[in-house]
Design a protein around this ligand. Structure first.
Ligand SMILES: [Zn+2]
Length: 164
């Protein structure tokens, strides 16, 4: 799926919405950071990222992060994996505001992605994480005998939140 980006500027905040796949065909936008102190990147519609895409992301994001604070919102699982695995994928100062956590219901044989907002569904206190989520209602899996389980290893998936 073709990569697309859309930008809107709101005062000193630049909002970018990325969609599609981040790969060898991806051209990241040239961003004008004049007067901008925050860059909010909405990753909700990113479908996939491959190794070439990872390199492109690193080259693009590093200089942006030197000039503005980057905030990432609505991060899908494919991106969260990179947060945890790729050194520098989240440059210093970058804040992840919200990300999806996959849950699986055995009864319905269905995966649901539940949005976790940092400070709400997940609260970070040093290396301590507190999860406050009603996965059943968040996923719409509401039968009495639905049982939702996190479909990732919690200690690994949330690792990026614990970096100093
Ligand atoms: Zn269910």
């Amino acid at each position: 799926m073709e990569f697309k980006s859309a930008a809107t500027k709101d005062g000193n905040s630049l909002q970018l919405k990325f969609s599609g796949s981040i790969d060898e065909d991806t051209t990241f936008p040239a961003v004008d950071l004049g007067g901008v102190n925050t860059v909010v990147i909405d990753l909700n519609d990113i479908k996939a990222i491959n190794s070439v895409g990872i390199r492109g992301w690193l080259d693009w994001i590093r200089p942006v992060a030197e000039k503005a604070q980057i905030q990432l919102v609505n991060c899908p699982k494919a991106m969260v994996f990179q947060f945890n695995m790729v050194n520098g994928f989240l440059p210093p100062g970058t804040v992840v505001k919200s990300f999806y956590v996959p849950f699986f219901c055995e009864k319905c044989d269905k995966e649901s992605n539940v949005l976790f907002r940092v400070g709400q569904e997940v609260v970070v206190n040093g290396t301590d994480l507190k999860i406050n989520v009603d996965a059943k209602s968040a996923s719409g899996c509401t039968d009495a005998d639905c049982e939702l389980e996190m479909d990732v290893t919690e200690a690994k998936y949330f690792q990026f939140l614990k970096r100093a």
